[in-house]
Design a protein. Structure first.
Length: 248
């Protein structure tokens, strides 16, 4: 699978954890490494979930997300070499005196000044991010579909307007039944949200009840039940005996 390129334009959340979730895969941001979701991986005597296996890869192959970012794969953030050294010292938990020594026996006040400047850069970066994201937002008159906060749909490629939602539902559910499950992520979210809206948030359901609910829309209820859980619309007990809508 080394023909897969690292994902482009990652979000801040993805950069902090070092990988992207996409469909059935976890993709490393710094190389072509892929982990299949829903599988169990072994490392010596340990059994790892897909997420833990990817987290271990980020550490073992790239030294962790911080060190991978510091290598410049996604740019330097406009930091000077000295500022980068200060950040590296901060990451390692070093005191100002230790960092000052690494800077060529500078005064501790010099390090404190760099710390202050980095805090200011962080504040300015947040404002820049907010303005940039506002520039990318659709026109204000286009109302966007809202998903529960725990469902990651902040990627602009997943944003759907209410009009687009109506078009997607007409395309895939012309007579209230799903004719086929879409491949595009934004369309999947619309369909899964539609299926979840028919459930009572105040109660828990058995697996059989969930199956019957989904079967009213689509024959392959097993696949859609799994997607409802993986995409964060449903939660379930460890043994899969009960299911419920996740809280917003």
């Amino acid at each position: 699978m080394d023909d897969i390129k690292p994902p482009d334009n990652p979000s801040v959340t993805e950069l902090k954890r070092g990988y992207r979730k996409t469909g059935e895969r976890l993709l490393c941001l710094y190389c072509s490494h892929i982990i299949e979701r829903g599988m169990v991986y072994s490392e010596g005597e340990r059994l790892l979930t897909a997420r833990k296996a990817m987290e271990d890869h980020i550490v073992s192959a790239h030294g962790g997300a911080f060190m991978a970012l510091a290598s410049g794969r996604w740019g330097s953030g406009g930091l000077s070499e000295v500022q980068m050294k200060v950040m590296m010292g901060m990451y390692r938990g070093e005191k100002d005196a230790e960092i000052a020594k690494l800077l060529g026996n500078k005064a501790k006040s010099t390090v404190r000044n760099h710390r202050y400047q980095l805090r200011e850069r962080y504040r300015e970066a947040k404002a820049l991010m907010a303005m940039t994201e506002l520039l990318q937002d659709p026109p204000r008159e286009e109302q966007l579909v809202e998903y529960p906060l725990h469902i990651r749909a902040d990627d602009m490629r997943l944003v759907v307007t209410e009009k687009e939602k109506s078009d997607i539902l007409r395309k895939y559910m012309p007579d209230a039944r799903l004719i086929r499950f879409p491949k595009k992520e934004k369309e999947k979210l619309v369909i899964l949200q539609k299926l979840a809206q028919g459930l009572n948030p105040e109660r828990k359901y058995s697996e059989g009840e969930i199956n019957r609910h989904i079967a009213g829309f689509f024959d392959d209820y097993v696949t859609l039940r799994r997607y409802l859980v993986e995409y964060g619309f449903l939660d379930r007990s460890p043994g899969g005996k009960s299911y419920w809508l996740k809280e917003c």
